[in-house]
Ligand binder design. Structure first.
Ligand code: SAH
Length: 397
């Protein structure tokens, strides 16, 4: 049965601006009895047709727009969206010779609640909304049509699914699971990705451009790569001619992979050129400061500190603290490459936090470059929330 959402008076503005979310408080009434995830028509208060959306009865975001055109939300719809996303990325894939990239960045690619990363011949999906969950079989059909050579694996093991009333889910959706880590290549660097046990879908593809930009600062330098995960920035630093790279993380499996990655790329690792340290970065930075150990370059790429607005103040303190410590262990004229993947923290706030950290560290800082998420993580002009990753290259005098 067709169902529909009628918006409250004056609540159609964001949809007319093509923002894809419909919050529960914007809804006047729901017509019919849509099941969780069902596609519904959306109307303004005075009956103007606005969009087709997927219904999420348990979420504050009560519906997410699939299309602002009156089209069927079927396998063909998914095929069109996937082809458009692939096309958008072709130049980026070509330039970086990428065999790992984000194919679908959810709302930013017109497929709310769906993230798909490609690693070699594996497509790894994360399905985060009730509607995407209900239409998953169509999505899988569409992916099989667009990428007949690929296996499809699901990594929907994220707590966010609870908000949609969905359990966590992992496993093969098509083909088979890899029996060994998948090796991808970006910018001539090989990276081993564990799509079954790794973080997120296996790798932090979003930092690819920043890793490349980092290379210009490292030649003959001593580099501390904080929150290294599987060595991403560290590998680029080795390729960029760093004298020594210390990779620090609390995850031993990630560090083991980081070491394997360094070997995979056949970097000269004699004279302990690369070190893989299992350490809590917060403690490690204090130890280095207290011992007077110094570096030429510090890379600071922590996990997301703010998951909600309530956590933003605490997150600001956390970012200020680690960045202050990083500045304190930098030699005069050293470089701090620092990032925040908390979407709730905007670019100016992040810059202000680094400025505060500079004051506390008693150092003069010049911002020399600004970074953003890699080009395969686009931002739709109607959906500014898609901009989440920010970075700064700082000369610390
Ligand atoms: N820079 C990485 C991605 C970092 S993700 C890349 O380019 O691929 C964040 C990492 O921080 C994870 O690997 C996680 O294990 C690690 N981590 C979280 N808390 C930590 C802590 N207190 N000390 C050290 N590492 C930590």
């Amino acid at each position: 049965m067709t169902a529909a959402i009628y918006l409250a008076k004056g609540r159609d503005k964001s949809l007319l601006r093509r923002h894809p979310w419909i919050f529960s408080r914007a809804i006047h009434h729901v017509q019919g009895e849509p099941v969780s995830g069902q596609t519904v028509d959306v109307y303004s208060h005075d009956g103007q047709w606005l969009a087709k959306a997927g219904f999420s009865p348990q979420s504050q975001i009560r519906a997410r727009v699939w299309s602002f055109e009156p089209t069927d939300i079927d396998t063909d719809f998914f095929i069109r969206r996937i082809r458009q996303a692939q096309q958008l990325r072709e130049p980026v894939i070509h330039q970086g010779q990428l065999t790992g990239y984000r194919l679908i960045a959810a709302e930013s690619d017109g497929l709310p609640g769906i993230t798909i990363d490609r690693y070699g011949d594996y497509l790894v999906c994360q399905v985060l909304s009730a509607a995407a969950e209900l239409l998953k079989p169509l999505l899988v059909e569409a992916l099989k049509t667009c990428f007949p050579e690929c296996h499809i694996y699901e990594r929907s093991d994220v707590a966010m699914r609870k908000k949609e009333g969905l359990p966590e889910q992992v496993g093969v959706l098509h083909g088979s699971a890899p029996t060994a880590p998948v090796i991808i290549e970006e910018n001539g660097i090989k990276i081993s990705v564990d799509i079954i046990n790794g973080h997120k879908t296996g790798f932090y593809l979003d930092q690819r451009d920043s890793r490349l930009h980092a290379m210009k600062y490292v030649q003959d330098k001593e580099v501390l790569n904080c929150f290294s995960y599987t060595g991403g920035f560290g590998l680029y630093a080795l390729k960029g001619g760093a004298k020594r790279v210390i990779n620090a993380d609390v995850s031993q499996p990630a560090l083991d992979t980081a070491k394997a990655n360094a070997q995979l790329n056949e970097f000269d690792l004699s004279k302990k050129r690369a070190v893989f340290l299992n350490a809590d970065v917060f403690k490690l930075l204090r130890e280095y400061r207290d011992q007077g150990t110094q570096f030429d370059v510090v890379i600071m790429d922590p996990p997301k500190f703010a998951e909600s607005k309530a956590q933003l103040n605490g997150a600001c303190r956390g970012y200020k603290d680690i960045n202050m410590l990083a500045m304190q262990i930098l030699r005069p004229g050293g470089t701090l490459l620092t990032y925040s993947c908390s979407g709730l923290m905007d670019q100016m706030l992040f810059q202000k936090i680094i400025a505060d950290a500079a004051l506390d560290a008693g150092r003069s800082v010049k911002f020399v470059e600004r970074f953003s998420q890699a080009a395969d993580h686009p931002i739709d002009s109607a959906y500014p929330e898609g901009f989440y990753l920010k970075g700064l290259a700082c000369k610390v005098l």
